[in-house]
Design a protein around this ligand. Sequence first.
Ligand code: NI
Length: 421
Amino acid sequence: MLSSDELSTMIGDLLPRAIEARHWLHRHPELAFTEHKTAQFIREELDRIGVCYTAGVEGAETATNALIGDASRPCVALRADIDALPIVEKTGVPYASESPGKMHACGHDGHTATLLLTAAVLKRIESRLPVCVKLIFQPAEESGGGARQLVGAGVLDGRIGPKVAAIFAMHGRPSAPLGQILTAPGPLKAASDRFRITFRGKGSHAARPHESHDPITAAAQAILSLQMIVSREIDPVEPCVLTVARMSAGTADNVISDTATFSGTVRTLSEETRKKCREAIERRCAAIAAGHRCTSEMEWRSGYPVLVNDATLYRYLEQVARKTITAADVAPGALCFMRQASPTMGAEDFAFYAQQVPACMFHVGLRPAGVDEDDYPEIHQDSFNFNDEALVSGSKMFVALVLNFPECEVSHPEDVKKKSK
Ligand code: NI
């Protein structure tokens, strides 16, 4: 086993290169499924530290799956997302984006650099690893659901590398103190779906409304009725967002249109609420359309599912964080670990892995000491930048989660314990 001091020293040695890597990635942001330079950079780094990998999977050629350790042992996967956002960067840092209109505004440059740093540490202690480690560098988290492609291609079930027993991922959190680890068991991020409803009626001259079957009045009534799904049909202690964000109909002030459409998003934290909401939208629209002598048609686009952190992995992660992260790793006065008080209604495609194997995502605080929460940019803002110092807590956690895994009581404990001896 590795002592905490040994781990800190090793990370200290490797940190300057990890920071350089993070800055290179920040300078070269690429969007969903087009992360070609990024993937090349990751593979060159893996070559440099002597780690084997598979380049690309079916449907995601910019994915990279690396493997460290004895493949006959239980396999723990660590995942980093590698894509950027279509935002014009305004950080003013010397390593700012060189691709106008693209920016690492969600810190995926930091996640990738953290996993590369982790790979370098694990490679150094490969002969001592109690498990084998699969490092997944995943494209297209922000849009496109790269995780769905990778799961479909077989990164978890043994078709690409060994079968995965558990998977972990991290995400930077600007509002939390630097270095602090935060997460919670159960639902952590919302399912995010989109809907579009088209009302079809009969057009007419605006002065002869009795000759129309007006889809606009029908759609207007439906939009108001949808507000009652959350207030009247969903359990009041169950989080649910239903927002109609767009509507359109008609071409002239004196013509009643024959169609009207509106669209929006539904965010939920349970599959049951998600299903209820979808059914209620369709039912209410159809009933209201019929009352107006119109028809309605719903298009539903399923987005990312609810991200549910496995309860056993959560308990294990909390224990690991409490013994791994020290006061020296966090902003002065901050706690090393916090159980997150509530989930957020944002979405995360790590949820696709969590549907297949026990999974746990954690947050790493980015906000330096002395900086007020209101003054520190949030993710997806043009002034956001990942904090290099958070690479330490993130990689320490990844390494410790791997090294202590035989103590984790997840699904096949006997198997894990036996093989790690
Ligand atoms: Ni992100």
